[in-house]
Design a protein. Structure first.
Length: 594
């Protein structure tokens, strides 16, 4: 295993080292008893055979008690061994389980710190795969592989001296097959590791497709692509099958070969040992004990192969898990971050520039503006002009350069993220609802809210009446296991969620695009009237909705090209706002007369 993954492994297990050592101690005891038992059998056999030689058949019946005593000791020792072995497994496998739990916690916690852009780059299927099956592999490594490693070391360390004490020549013969086993195992191990990696990657590719297709099921149906998707799935499934078969082939060739080698060793031992008993070199008891010792070593040696697989798998998994944990949460609290109190809601941008990693042009290009506390400011502009990016910048969801964006004259990169986001209620362009009740969705930001407040927010978002018509009203579950809301209903539930927060700044990113014009207008007028002290940033591609704002910023290709009130902006007929306005008026007339 690469040094760093090994260090990681030690790090995972450190909190549970007491149990690991207890487990190891128990294994040591088991192996010590395991060496004692064959020796005791030898003593018993040798003793009994002298008696048989010495006494006549009539006297032998009186010796049954002797045999029973030997058998009783053997039974007691074997029972103690079984109990102690069970204890060792519980301790060591327990450590694996604990570490599995910790890793899951750690990964989930880390995922929550990563910016939304990370999840745009990373497939969700792959992430799920890593946080389940890779974590499981680490558990097996820590539980099974470590246990087996200790066991092998103790078994060899204690059994070998006992064998040597019995007979050097027989020991060398018995062990001669083990180097062959080790060569076989080490030749196969690299191959196993590679194949394991392929299996895991293909599993990830398959989960990804399932995830994507289930999300896009309507699209698949509308475009009649079921057969195509089925073919793609079959392809990936076939790839996975092939990878699993390759892996199984390697494994299934390895272990029977190992067993056969061990069997051959025992056979040679019988062939060469038999004549030596007859010649009187060794006693019958010696030979019996010897074969028992050789048997004791077969299992740990063969297990070494399994251990190696678990080890290889675990190593791949540790690398993949560490890659997630090493992912830098690029947006995090500054060392001396401040917590806001009594935010007024004054927002300013000074030469705010932002580029997505692979974009050729900046998405926000030297943007300057000022929004007074309590104002309602509309941001309009063509699709792709950077409106949503600007909204995300205000929430520090994308990386913002220091000293370019300010809330109440405080550089937002210096504000504690949690505090900043507490002061801003935000309704994203894509309204997202959790698979929970309408009530819990609305009070998501403040779970302890009373029903009365939830209802007030729903009324302000003009969704209350419709909720009353749902089967269980506010308790109706939405999402995958509940009812499906229309786009406009989802947007209004998402709006209610934001309104409930009662934050000094409210950002709506085209949040009413699927709500009909009249209702949209009603909601906005109502919000601006009831939120005189709030700063409302209202992103819209629909200019009629923006017309009533105190001020309008017109964005084009990341730059602010015009600012002013609706009336002021219309005075420049060649300005972008004027052009967009006339175009939309024309569209509206066409819709009304058609
Ligand atoms: P708007 O909201 O005005 O429609 P956006 O802010 O969503 O515009 O997008 C502005 C530009 O940035 C577009 O060209 C878009 O393709 C690009 N863009 C948006 N989000 C990302 C992203 N996560 N990664 C890369 N480019 C992006
Ligand atoms: Mg947008």
């Amino acid at each position: 295993m690469a040094g760093s993954s090994f260090q990681k492994l030690v790090g995972y297990a450190r909190p549970y080292q007491r149990d690991l050592w207890l487990g190891a101690l128990a294994l040591l005891l088991v192996n010590a008893l395991g060496v004692f038992l064959p020796w005791y059998v030898k003593v018993a056999i040798d003793d009994l055979s002298t008696i048989v030689d010495r006494l006549g058949p009539s006297e032998l019946s009186g010796q049954v008690g002797r045999v029973t005593a030997y058998a009783a000791v053997i039974a007691v020792v074997a029972t103690v061994m079984a109990l102690v072995r069970t204890a060792s497994r519980m301790w060591m496998f327990g450590v694996g389980r604990q570490v599995e739990f910790d890793l899951k916690q750690q990964i989930f916690q880390h995922l929550l710190t990563l910016p939304p852009s990370y999840f745009g780059r990373q497939s969700v299927g792959e992430l799920i795969n890593r946080s389940t099956s890779d974590v499981e592999n680490v558990r097996r490594l820590l539980g099974f592989a470590v246990l087996s490693m200790f066991n092998t070391v103790f078994a060899y360390g204690l059994t070998l001296p006992a064998m040597l004490a019995l007979d050097l020549q027989l020991t060398l013969i018995a062990l001669s097959v083990y180097p062959l086993m080790l060569v076989l195992v080490s030749l196969t191990s690299e191959r196993l590791r590679r194949q394991q990696m392929v299996v895991q990657n293909r599993l990830g590719e398959m989960s990804e497709l399932i995830q994507e297709d289930m999300n896009g099921i309507a699209l698949i149906k509308v475009y009649g692509q079921e057969a195509n998707e089925q073919r793609e799935f079959a392809k990936r499934n076939q790839h996975l099958l092939q990878a699993n078969l390759d892996l199984a082939l390697t494994r299934n060739l390895l272990f029977p070969t190992l067993t056969a080698l061990a069997g051959t060793g025992l056979l040679v031992l019988l062939l060469l040992g038999g004549p030596r008993i007859v010649a009187g070199d060794i006693t019958l008891g010696d030979f019996a004990a010897f074969t028992l010792y050789v048997e004791r070593l077969v299992f740990p040696t063969a297990l070494l192969g399994f251990t190696l697989t678990a080890y290889q798998r675990g190593q791949v998994s540790i690398e993949r898990l560490e890659a997630i944990l090493a992912e830098d949460p690029s947006i995090r609290d500054a060392p001396n971050a401040v917590t806001l109190s009594e935010t007024r809601g004054h927002i300013a941008a000074r030469n705010l520039t932002f580029s997505y990693p692979e974009a050729r042009h900046p998405t926000l290009d030297r943007v300057n503006f000022e929004m007074q506390a309590g104002q309602t400011v509309a941001i309009v502009g063509p699709i792709g002009s950077g409106k949503s990016t600007l909204a995300n910048a205000l929430l520090h969801l994308v990386e913002v350069e220091p000293k370019t964006l300010f809330l109440d004259d405080i550089d937002i990169t210096r504000i504690r993220l949690h505090s900043l986001r507490q002061e801003i209620a935000y309704v994203p362009q894509e309204s997202f609802l959790f698979g929970a009740s309408i009530r819990d969705n609305i009070r998501y930001g403040k779970p302890a809210t009373t029903h009365w407040d939830v209802e007030a927010a729903a009324k302000a978002a003009r969704i209350h009446e419709e909720i009353l018509n749902f089967p269980q009203q506010y308790d109706t579950i939405v999402g995958e296991r509940g009812i499906t809301l229309s786009g406009g209903q989802r947007q209004r539930v998402a709006l209610a969620r934001a309104l409930l927060l009662d934050a000094p700044v409210l950002i709506l990113d085209d949040s009413l695009s699927s709500v009909d014009n009249q209702t949209g207008q009603d909601i906005l007028t109502n919000i601006s009237r009831s939120t005189a002290t709030k700063t409302v940033v209202f992103v819209s591609h629909r200019l009629t909705a923006a017309a009533s704002a105190d001020r309008i910023l017109v964005l084009d290709e990341g730059r602010i090209v015009q600012t002013g009130s609706h009336r002021e902006l219309l005075q420049d007929p060649d300005g972008l706002y004027g052009i967009l306005w006339r175009k939309q008026q024309l569209e509206n007339t066409l819709v009304e007369t058609s």
